[in-house]
Design a protein around this ligand. Structure first.
Ligand SMILES: [Zn+2]
Length: 390
């Protein structure tokens, strides 16, 4: 999901709005300003109603952002990088690099969002009480009460066990914890998500056709469709990952990679290594042999030949933080999951700190292709993790 409008960064997390949000925001503003407030507080000034409705819409999307930031905060605290959060038509999506590594981690990340929404519901409810006791305008009390209810609904709806809603992620984490089998738990949660997604879409369609709800029907239809599609993509990921079951990093790595000193220039890399080395990736190491980066042929090709003598290799290399580093005995499926969030798409296998192998998309596709009946698994095939659908 690409943002159409960037709102800046919070703790390094890019916050953006998707253009589709405009429709729901406008509808929400109209329904609050023209319907809810005038009927809840008869005789109030239309100008005040529209102004308050506008503030309510902003606070609602702020609450949605708060929900996503709770997911993102816990994920980052656990070492999972969060690229950004996008608010769109039916809610928010947090793009995380990689998946949870344990059932407990998944449970904490998934539960953080509804917990945040619940906390916001309590805050707005307390605000409504305070405003009421202080004798504030009935419009302000109504607005705070509506925001409390909206956050309460957000918390409860997200707890529906329809993967990839938070409830579905919690179900997956619990199954994973009980049986100790991640892929099985993911498959069960995704299938449950598909069934509930179809049910939601069906109820949404019937409600819409009967015309009994202006927004509820289409909303459920869209959320149901989103859940069906995301659950199907997750099932495909489970099938792709089965290819790597039982394998270790050492089983498929290209062993004994050439390495180059981190202080080398692009010219010396090309002269001494690239023209003689059969591989497209070259780990850069410091004087002690420790990995400091990774140069790939496509990155070198970005530098005009005239600049090769004066361009240091580190200027075009992936930094160590962008490269997945693993041990020879590491579970390959876990390495692949980590690669899905890595910008370099390559893993360097180290023994201690010394590079002893490289795993590239070519290596992974070779293994997948050898697995009968399953198409080569592209490393980028996993959909972004969505923190919430409403
Ligand atoms: Zn959520």
């Amino acid at each position: 999901m690409r943002s159409s409008l960037s709102l800046g960064r919070v703790h390094g997390i890019r916050i953006g709005l998707h253009w589709s949000l405009v429709f729901i925001a406008a509808f929400l503003w109209w329904s609050l300003g023209a319907q809810l407030l005038p009927s809840a507080v008869p005789g109030s000034s239309p100008a005040l109603d529209w102004l308050t409705a506008g503030l309510m819409v902003v606070a609602f999307y702020g609450s949605l952002l708060g929900h996503e930031l709770c997911h993102a905060g816990v994920a980052q605290h656990r070492g999972i990088r969060v690229r950004g959060i996008t608010l769109w038509l039916i809610g928010g999506v947090a793009e995380m690099e990689g998946d949870s590594r344990s059932a407990g981690e998944e449970l904490k990340i998934a539960a953080a969002g509804p917990a945040g929404s619940l906390a916001l519901a309590v805050v707005f409810w307390a605000l409504a009480e305070l405003l009421s006791r202080a004798g504030a305008s009935a419009v302000a009390v109504t607005a705070a009460t509506w925001l409390a209810e909206a956050n309460g609904v957000l918390a409860v709806f997200n707890l529906v066990p329809a993967f990839p809603l938070d409830g579905g992620r919690i179900l997956r984490a619990l199954l994973w914890k009980v049986r100790g089998r991640r892929q099985w738990a993911t498959a069960v949660a995704a299938r449950t998500g598909q069934v509930l997604g179809v049910a939601m879409a069906g109820v949404g369609l019937v409600t819409w056709l009967r015309g009994s709800s202006a927004l509820g029907g289409p909303w459920l239809l869209i959320v149901g469709g989103f859940i069906i599609s995301a659950a199907r993509a997750q099932l495909q990921v489970v099938r792709d990952e089965a290819v790597f079951d039982g394998l270790r990093a050492a089983d498929i790595m290209t062993p004994q990679p050439f390495t180059a000193p981190a202080g080398a220039s692009v010219q010396s890399l090309v002269d001494r290594w690239v023209r003689t080395c059969p591989f497209s990736s070259l780990p850069l190491v410091d004087q002690s042999g420790q990995l400091v980066g990774l140069v790939t042929t496509p990155r070198l090709q970005q530098v005009p030949a005239a600049w090769w003598p004066v361009t240091p290799a580190t200027a075009v290399s992936w930094q160590a933080a962008d490269v997945v580093v693993c041990q020879p005995g590491d579970d390959l499926a876990e390495v692949v999951r980590r690669l899905q969030g890595a910008r370099s798409l390559r893993a360097v296998v180290v023994d201690g700190y010394r590079p002893v192998g490289i795993i590239t998309p070519t290596d992974l596709n070779r293994v997948a292709a050898a697995h009968r009946g399953i198409p080569p698994a592209a490393v980028r095939s996993v959909p972004q993790r969505s923190g919430s659908a409403v």
